[in-house]
Design a protein around this ligand. Sequence first.
Ligand code: COA
Length: 144
Amino acid sequence: MTQVDFSEVAHGSDRLRLALDAAQLITDDLGAPDQTFFKLSDDQGLIGFVGLQGAGPDRLLRSLVVLPGRRGHGYGRILVKRLEAVAAGSAQRLHLLTTGPASLFRALAYVEGDRSKAPADIAATAQFSSLCGPKATYLVKDIG
Ligand SMILES: CC(C)(COP(=O)(O)OP(=O)(O)OC[C@H]1O[C@@H](n2cnc3c(N)ncnc32)[C@H](O)[C@@H]1OP(=O)(O)O)[C@@H](O)C(=O)NCCC(=O)NCCS
């Protein structure tokens, strides 16, 4: 694996929207002021994205995507770990809802939470209200 760069990306990035659309992840709510997105890239180009949403001790990890041609090389794990490092300075917990592979997050010490007990600002996000099917898994990690 070559050296990777993890850096903030504009909300309005076309590549972010395209990557999320292609992975069937939510894009309708992109652009809120409390969202920050990051991209991972290397000398071969863009690898993927991940986002952080909210303020205060509880934040939403969202929009994790690795471009199809770059999957299966540990980059999803790197994106999550880099995001955790960014959030650790100001947040206590990361929350996420996924219909994707929960095993990736469980291996990084995310544990299943009770959706009915999610903090109000997390439960109010579009991610939570739109990913409401029984197949979505709610996971939480204490990073404080
Ligand atoms: C999910 C996703 C980000 C994983 O990216 P990746 O770079 O391939 O993941 P990694 O290589 O870092 O894999 C980390 C672990 O998760 C596991 N994993 C990754 N994708 C998986 C999948 N589709 N099904 C089951 N396990 C998977 C890997 O086996 C690996 O475990 P290991 O270390 O024990 O081998 C990527 O497949 C993707 O962008 N999918 C579409 C969007 C999505 O579902 N996002 C997650 C919801 S927010």
